[in-house]
Design a protein around this ligand. Structure first.
Ligand code: PMP
Length: 350
């Protein structure tokens, strides 16, 4: 599922057709196009906290730009993130990141200077006391609290009751901006993302994956007053030759328009809970909407056993399984059976 980018499965005919048609008009202009505006409108309609939005080409770029904007807007340097939170591979955000770094056991990446990460404060996810203590200590210099509202890069970890609300209150009290990284959760856990599902409104939101329909596209947006600080209207520079690319926006529009139908999210919930129910026999399952992780010892062997049986899930527990609308009851049943068979095989040493 391309790490969560595909909500209609591989080579979804409508997406392919939208991309084909767009390509006939030109693959890049280096200037805004109507489709860019249409996609922006789809995003703003789904996520009310996004009054203005800027399109970019990857989640990494969106997170990096959102942080620059938060720093420019607040005129503060420090940012607070959470252990295991992955926000792409911009230098300042690689401290204690999850995803591939967690899989490979890297506390940080080589090549990141001490200076680049000096202003990044890291506290444990879901720990309100530690966050409050860090805000107390660094509050006046804190530009933003950056969080995956549902942690997805240490395996799926839902926010504890009150955690996101506490972050909102700490930001209000300290003047830091609350930035939700909804690259995974956006248009997945609800049409309006985790902020809709949990009812907490951030100042800025980072989106990616689903909004590009499997092509390179991401975005960041939020309150107009903050977004206006971006160049060319403001003094925070950001730009990109291929941003809002015609093929990517065409794919994104074709996907997001179909997500206006509430049946989509009812179906995702039903299918994902079906998968959860099936997997529960084999370990601990943590799930929010159509993202879940099966936690159990020996996951590596299980992964290989599944691949041998034609089922390709995330190769690490520090990732999520992503249910799509292309996963019917049969695929879900086959997945659960493959897990059962792979584990039975392992017990006899196969
Ligand atoms: N934020 C989150 C929450 C992510 O999961 C990811 C990628 N998995 C990113 C940012 C970075 O996105 P990209 O890979 O498009 O740079």
């Amino acid at each position: 599922m391309s790490w969560g980018a595909l909500l209609f499965g591989h080579a979804d005919p409508e997406t392919v057709e939208a991309v084909r048609e767009a390509a006939l008009d030109g693959t890049s202009f280096g200037a805004p196009t109507e489709r860019e505006v249409e996609l922006a409108e789809e995003i703003a309609d789904a996520v009310p906290s996004i009054e203005m939005v800027r399109l970019v080409s990857s989640g990494t770029e969106a997170a990096m730009s959102a942080i620059r904007l938060a720093r420019g807007y607040t005129r503060r340097d420090r940012i607070l993130k959470f252990e295991g939170g992955y926000h792409g591979h911009a230098d300042a955000l690689l401290a204690s990141a999850g995803s591939g770094l967690a899989t490979l056991g890297l506390p940080a990446s080589a090549g990141v200077t001490t200076g680049a990460a000096r202003d990044t404060i890291v506290v444990p996810y879901n720990d309100v006391d530690a966050t409050a203590a860090a805000v107390e200590r660094y509050g006046e210099g804190l530009a933003a609290i950056l969080v995956e509202p549902v942690a997805g890069n240490i395996g799926v970890v839902p926010p504890r009751d009150g955690f996101l609300e506490a972050l909102r209150a700490l930001c209000d009290a300290s003047g830091a901006l609350l930035v939700f990284d909804e690259v995974i959760t956006g248009f997945r856990v609800a049409r309006g993302g985790a902020q809709e599902r949990f009812g907490v409104t951030p100042d800025l939101t980072i989106l990616g994956k689903i909004i590009g329909g499997g092509l390179p596209l991401a975005a960041f947006g939020g309150r107009g007053e903050i977004m206006e600080r971006l160049a060319p209207s403001g003094d925070v520079y950001q730009a990109g030759t291929l941003s809002g690319n015609p093929l990517a926006t065409a794919a994104g529009i074709s996907v997001l328009r179909r997500l206006r139908d509430p049946v989509v999210y009812e179906e995702l919930e039903r299918r994902a809970s079906e998968l959860e129910r099936g997997l529960r026999r084999f370990g601990g399952v943590q799930r929010v909407g159509a993202m879940l992780t099966l936690f159990r010892p020996g996951y590596d062997e299980l992964f290989r056993g599944l691949v041998r049986r034609g089922v390709y899930v995330a190769p690490s527990q520090y990732e999520a399984m992503f249910v799509s609308l292309a996963h019917g009851d049969e695929e879900i049943e086959r997945t659960v059976e493959a897990v059962r068979d792979a584990l039975a095989d392992d017990r006899v040493g196969g």
